[in-house]
Design a protein around this ligand. Structure first.
Ligand SMILES: [Zn+2]
Length: 84
């Protein structure tokens, strides 16, 4: 699909469900770009803040799934006393 669209990005702060994000929004179409996908050919754009946040959350879920969990040594139930 060839789009004759030259985005004119501006940085905006969106806020929804207590999540605050700095994302790029096209000045003309008001489309929001996913900060993780970027603005390349494979980028995904959203009209709604909620849709974008749902999409970003799906990124984090994907990351969690691929995370290799290495069990740590059993933690002794002692209060650690480290100086800050
Ligand atoms: Zn994305």
């Amino acid at each position: 699909m060839a789009l004759q669209w030259t985005p004119n990005w501006e940085e905006v702060i969106i806020e929804s469900h207590g999540i605050r994000l700095r994302v790029r929004r096209d000045k003309e179409t008001k489309l929001l770009a996913c900060p993780i996908c970027g603005e390349g050919d494979n980028a995904i754009y959203f009209f709604s803040v909620d849709d974008l946040i749902r999409h970003i959350l799906s990124h984090t879920k994907r990351i969690e799934k691929h995370q290799v969990f290495v069990p740590a040594k059993p933690v002794e139930e002692e209060e650690e006393e480290y100086e800050e």
